[in-house]
Design a protein around this ligand. Structure first.
Ligand code: B12
Length: 209
């Protein structure tokens, strides 16, 4: 089995202890970090489908997520550039009621590499906490809110509305699997991106426009 397929299979199977070594072996074979990351993102899709069909349950989903996080740790130094944080500070978090953080962490990594200093509030972040963080940190130019559940879409709306109502001059970017560009516009966000790579491009565009 090719190394990349092995990484994909082991993430799906939640072989947490093996992933870092396998990812390193894949890199040593000359496979690009971006391709390894995409294989792991694809694994999460497979895991989600198996959950939908009742083939696996929450614990298996969690173990697969932990395995992916181990792989991302190995890739992180290769993907984030050391560019100075010249675009200001970006506050990032997953909205209230939502515990998914793999996508948020990838977005954080890529937005950082675009030239932002990142302040990560973690998961299950109440709307007001985003506003508090804007006030508590220096030169905040952007807030990035992630939401992965259809049931937490109203929390995403509340986060954007609360930030906008605060009157603070920051741009807000939103994303996550159920979020569409139309929904982002409807709730008053300044930007949307479907994945981490395009989030970095959009983030830069929003604060330099
Ligand atoms: C891993 C996982 C979990 C793990 C999360 C662990 C962790 N640390 O994140 C655990 C086990 C905790 C979990 C729990 C639950 N989960 Co879950 N989970 C997943 C799974 C398999 C993978 C998610 C993932 O990491 N994807 C990979 C990343 C890279 O993709 P991503 O998150 O979409 O992020 C990318 C983009 O969306 C975008 N993006 C993300 N955030 C942002 C932010 C900004 C600003 C921008 C611009 C872009 C952006 O860029 C990212 C990178 O490219 C998905 C299935 C799937 N296909 O997504 C289900 C899934 C999201 N979960 C689901 C469900 C139902 C649940 C539970 C309710 C299950 C339960 N009965 O308890 C709970 C909810 C817990 C809670 N309150 O949050 C459903 C959601 C259905 C829905 N439409 O609402 C899914 C789709 C599975 C399914 N097919 O049914 N889950």
């Amino acid at each position: 089995m090719s190394k990349i397929l092995e990484v994909k299979a082991k993430v799906e199977a939640g072989k947490t202890k093996l992933i870092a070594g396998l990812v390193q072996e894949a890199l040593d074979e000359g496979i690009k970090a971006e391709d390894i990351l995409q294989a792991m993102v694809d694994s999460m899709g497979v895991v989600g489908d198996k959950f939908s069909t009742g083939e696996i349950f929450v614990p298996e989903m969690l173990i697969a997520a932990k395995a992916m996080a181990k792989g991302v740790e190995v890739l992180k130094p290769l993907m984030a550039s050391d560019s100075a944080s010249s675009l200001g500070t970006c506050i990032i978090g997953t909205v209230a009621g939502d515990l998914h953080d793999i996508g948020k962490n990838l977005v954080s990594m890529m937005v950082e590499s675009a030239g932002f200093k990142m302040v990560d509030l973690g998961v299950d972040v109440p709307a007001q906490k985003f506003v508090d963080a804007i006030k508590e940190n220096e030169n905040v130019t952007l807030v990035a809110c992630s939401g992965l559940l259809t049931t937490t879409m109203p929390a995403l709306k509340e986060a954007v509305e609360t930030i906008k109502a605060s009157g603070l001059a920051v741009k807000v970017i939103v994303g996550g699997a159920p979020v569409t560009p139309e929904y982002a516009a409807e709730i008053g966000a300044d930007g949307y991106a479907p994945d981490a790579g395009s989030a970095a491009v959009k983030a830069k565009e929003l604060v330099t426009a």
